[in-house]
Ligand binder design. Structure first.
Ligand code: ADP
Ligand code: GLC
Length: 486
């Protein structure tokens, strides 16, 4: 089986969040089952710089008015195809916009061109390589499935993975005419979305199968509260929706040999992580006291419930706990945490920014990881926390609800508990969870058991990769013949 994955980010080349972690690690997991993935990515400067031994595989004189070419090669262990179109992708800002949440004005064109190129590779193959199916991720590549359905010969299976419904690729309807899709696509059954056009909707209506990054989120988005206006479309496709929880790369996230941390440890000797705790507190200028050390490595946004956490910082400090926050996002939320750090210099450390190495050190040193998301399609932070014995405290939603087993009495006695879950998802719910954590932490043996049990949770790709293979297999058997690579 040959997969053409299409993604706007891929770890370790370019990452803004969990999407990159998934597109970077799933191919490796699939390979163990004999499935080969090549991932089409935009030619961002970081991607071009990482390419090794690349060759030019195709030239495009004019894609949406710009010149481009396809480069094939390897980069940091990944098999990638790069759509090198400097006018679209070589910019001084981030992959989607100049800064913060602001998008580039021509994003409609950048990702339409990217998606069109994906459909071209799927249709014509590339230098003798013919993918058996196309697997697009999120709105940035969703349009590829519409190009295949409406402009191609329609025989290649189309899979869409939905990572987060709050990013939909919505643009003014005037751009429709420039997309090169037949007129019938500008309708409620394809691209049209409340008078605009939505690339994600085009993907949802054109995919043969839609996978969602957890079964719970797959259910949640069928309701108006979580469907973000697309619940009707998703409900109409409900027979083709499959929830598959994300895995993590257990080689990159491995406390027994992680190059970012000083003291290595495993589930058999989790107490060794106390040395990392000491190093972490020292590096952040916090005193070495015994109180519970909470952390949050997260986008500082409403989705992640970080405003709820900001409102409870004083209480954490008053109860003798510490809080380490590392992230970036909404300016107002950043300011709330920075002001809290000023009020409580001995209890709170805030590092605004994005630092992969620091993220690893926090997982290895903090006692508990707070993930109070209002909604969370899957979430990877809690999976890394489990792996590192940093007890996850999560809201009961989406993938968080599925991957963390709450430390209620029954689960603790059955030695199954791996963290704390809370609901309702509001300040009261989070406060209650924090108090439960303080109580459990006071019983040292109990906390140690929880930490040990967390580390035993299987967060690897093994199970989920085989579910993707099943989805691929079904799509191929329904969609016709498997196209062999020449
Ligand atoms: P989302 O993709 O919605 O942001 P996930 O939990 O799926 O949420 O993935 C977030 C990813 O980004 C994880 O790999 C996490 O470690 C990483 N991350 C988040 N904030 C930071 C940060 N400030 N520094 C480094 N890594 C971060
Ligand atoms: C999105 C979601 C997150 C998920 C990630 C990878 O960014 O917000 O919950 O883990 O994609 O699938």
């Amino acid at each position: 089986m040959q997969i053409l994955a299409v993604a706007a980010e891929i770890y370790p080349l370019i990452k803004t969040g969990g999407l990159a972690d998934v597109t970077g690690s799933l191919p490796k997991a699939l390979k163990q089952f004999g499935v080969h993935t090549r991932t089409l990515v935009p030619g961002y400067p970081e991607v071009l710089a990482a390419l090794e031994g690349s060759s030019v595989l195709r030239h495009y004189g004019n894609v949406f008015g710009v010149e481009g070419r396809l480069l094939g090669g390897r980069a940091r262990g990944l098999d990638i195809i790069v759509f090198d179109a400097p006018e679209l992708f070589v910019r001084s800002g981030g992959p989607y916009g100049p800064c913060g949440t602001l998008g580039y004005e021509d994003n409609w064109k950048r990702f339409a061109a990217f998606s069109w190129v994906a459909s071209d590779i799927a249709e014509r193959g590339l230098a003798g390589w013919y993918p058996s199916l196309v697997h697009a991720h999120d709105w940035h590549s969703a349009l590829a499935l519409a190009y295949l359905k409406y402009c191609g010969n329609g025989d290649i299976p189309r899979i869409l993975t939905l990572h987060n419904l709050s990013f939909q690729g919505q643009f003014p309807a005037r751009h429709f005419a420039e997309l090169g899709l037949p007129d019938e696509c500008y309708g409620a059954d394809c691209l049209e979305y409340y008078g605009d056009i939505s690339y994600l909707k085009a993907g949802l209506t054109s995919a043969d199968t839609i996978t969602v990054v957890s079964p719970t989120y797959a259910r949640e988005i069928m309701s108006p509260t979580q469907g973000m206006g697309l619940e009707g479309v998703i409900n109409a496709r409900r027979d083709d929706v499959v929830g598959i929880v994300n895995g993590i790369d257990t080689d990159i996230w491995d406390p027994s040999c992680d190059p970012h941390i000083e003291h290595h440890y495993s589930a058999r000797v989790p107490l060794r992580r106390l040395a990392n705790r000491a190093t972490l507190l020292k590096s952040l200028g916090l005193p070495q006291t015994r109180g519970l050390v909470f952390a949050s490595v997260n986008r500082l946004t409403w989705q992640k419930g970080m405003d709820l956490l900001a409102g409870l910082v004083d209480e954490i400090a008053d109860l003798g706990g510490k809080l380490i926050v590392h992230g970036q996002g909404d300016h107002a939320i950043e300011q709330l945490f920075l002001r809290a750090a000023d009020r409580h210099p001995r209890h709170v450390a805030v590092v605004i920014g994005y630092d992969e190495a620091l993220a690893h050190r926090i997982h290895a040193g903090a006692d508990a990881m707070l993930v109070p998301s209002r909604f969370e399609p899957c979430g990877l932070t809690q999976l890394y926390a489990l792996r590192y014995g940093c007890v996850p405290i999560v809201s009961r939603t989406g993938g968080l609800a599925e991957t963390v087993i709450d430390a209620n009495d029954a689960a603790v006695h059955a030695r199954a508990a791996t963290g704390i879950q809370f609901a309702p998802i509001d300040a009261g719910g989070l406060r209650h969870a924090l108090h439960r954590a303080f109580k459990l932490h006071r019983r040292h043996r109990g906390w140690e058991k929880l930490c040990r049990q967390a580390m035993k949770a299987d967060c690897s790709w093994a199970r989920s990769a085989s579910q993707y293979i099943e989805v691929y297999g079904n799509a191929l058997s329904q969609g016709g013949l498997l196209r062999e690579s020449a």
